[in-house]
Write a protein that binds this ligand. Structure first.
Ligand SMILES: Nc1ncnc2c1ncn2[C@@H]1O[C@H](COP(=O)(O)OP(=O)(O)OP(=O)(O)O)[C@@H](O)[C@H]1O
Ligand SMILES: [Mg+2]
Length: 342
């Protein structure tokens, strides 16, 4: 009773700390924050650090910052590398969501990478508590992704989730509400963009920024040969002359540039199946692979993984939101567990 009164005073929140984006979902309101995971800090002469900006504003400063301003990316390749900065960011964003500090803090679920150490789990928990949460629940990202994708995770049936984000991919087998096996790969959207940058440098002597590679990948990127072959212009610096140069790139060439990292994703699915107990592997052969994460929207990725791994593949609805939606459901369940327990 008291718990539900507290719940009515402040909405439950779910947070996905991604390498590229931090998202907050307020139960009953929906997605309330979706910002780049970036924090800009001013380093004072006396060594103190002052918060300048969070999210898009901080991202804008990247590469344009004076010497005393640092733009930090506290989550990299799916791992939290700076807990202090995460705390500053969470405090700022939670305050923004609530408008002001409430006397009853929200109940918060945070989606964290699989296999954090106890010390790291404590650090995340303390960051959220210091940011005003009254109750903190940690849920592992692969489990949150599966719940957010609508999979019946509590059933005694193996499910395979391939979450392809910006900084990393996780391939996980789940059953009975838990993670049976999960593997992290250093392949994500950032690595696809890097592959495209390297391809253009090697084959055309053109150096383009990562952000331009991401734009072109999202505009015309496809990993399966198809009927139409759309094109896009990219601008960069010609390495021989040093002058700015633009060139028109077609989807076939993008596909060739992305071949190797895409192959790694399919191989990771196969390796995971090899290490999965036979009964669960047999379930997965039937249920197939569920794709989540932003890169799941890359055209043809589902068909490419399906062909290479020999399994059916489906893409979750709004795949980049699967983790935060799943974490929101998790925090709701935590509430009902508590009420049921009395
Ligand atoms: N429509 C789209 N087509 C292709 N790629 C996309 C699309 N939408 C998003 N992406 C890519 O998805 C990636 C971001 O995915 P996501 O938001 O799941 O990452 P993240 O959770 O921040 O990172 P991580 O899970 O690695 O910590 C970026 O590389 C982005 O370019
Ligand atoms: Mg993610």
């Amino acid at each position: 009773m008291f718990q539900s009164m507290l719940g009515a005073l402040s909405a439950d929140l779910a947070i996905d700390l991604g390498s590229a984006s931090t998202r907050i979902f307020a139960v009953g309101r929906g997605l309330v924050v979706d910002v780049p995971t970036r924090v800009a800090i001013l380093e004072e002469r006396d060594g103190r650090r002052r918060l300048l900006a969070v999210g898009a504003e901080a991202r804008q400063m990247e590469g344009r910052n004076p010497a005393d301003v640092r733009v930090l990316q506290p989550v990299q390749e799916g791992a939290i590398i700076d807990f202090e900065v995460v705390e500053v960011m969470l405090r700022h964003l939670m305050l923004q969501v609530q408008g002001r500090r409430l006397w009853v803090g929200p109940r918060v679920a945070i989606a964290v990478p699989h296999a954090l150490t106890d010390v790291e789990r404590r650090a995340v928990r303390e960051s959220a508590e210091a940011s005003g949460a009254r109750e903190v629940h940690l849920v592992e990202q692969p489990l949150a992704a599966a719940i957010g994708a609508g999979l019946p995770v509590d059933e005694a049936c193996g499910q395979l989730v391939l979450d392809v984000g910006a900084g990393h991919t996780s391939v996980s087998v789940l059953s009975l509400g838990g993670i049976v096996f999960s593997r992290r790969l250093r392949v994500g959207g950032d690595h696809l963009d890097e592959a495209l940058v390297n391809h253009l440098r090697e084959h055309h002597g053109l150096l383009i920024p990562m952000a331009a590679a991401e734009d072109v990948r999202r505009a015309i990127g496809s990993v399966m040969p198809g009927g139409s072959n759309p094109t896009a212009w990219v601008r960069g610096r010609h390495l021989d002359s040093g002058y700015p140069r633009a060139m028109e790139l077609d989807a076939n060439e993008v596909r060739i540039a992305l071949q190797e990292p895409i192959q790694q994703l399919a191989e990771a699915v196969l390796h995971t199946l090899e290490r999965t107990p036979p009964d669960l592997a047999a379930d997965v052969a039937e249920t197939g692979v569920v794709l989540t994460g932003g890169v799941a929207s890359l055209s043809g990725l589902d068909r490419a993984v399906s062909r290479m791994a020999g399994l059916p593949v489906i893409v979750a609805e709004d795949p980049q939101l699967a983790v935060v939606r799943g974490a929101a459901e998790w925090v709701g369940r935590a509430g009902s567990r508590k009420r049921a327990a009395g």
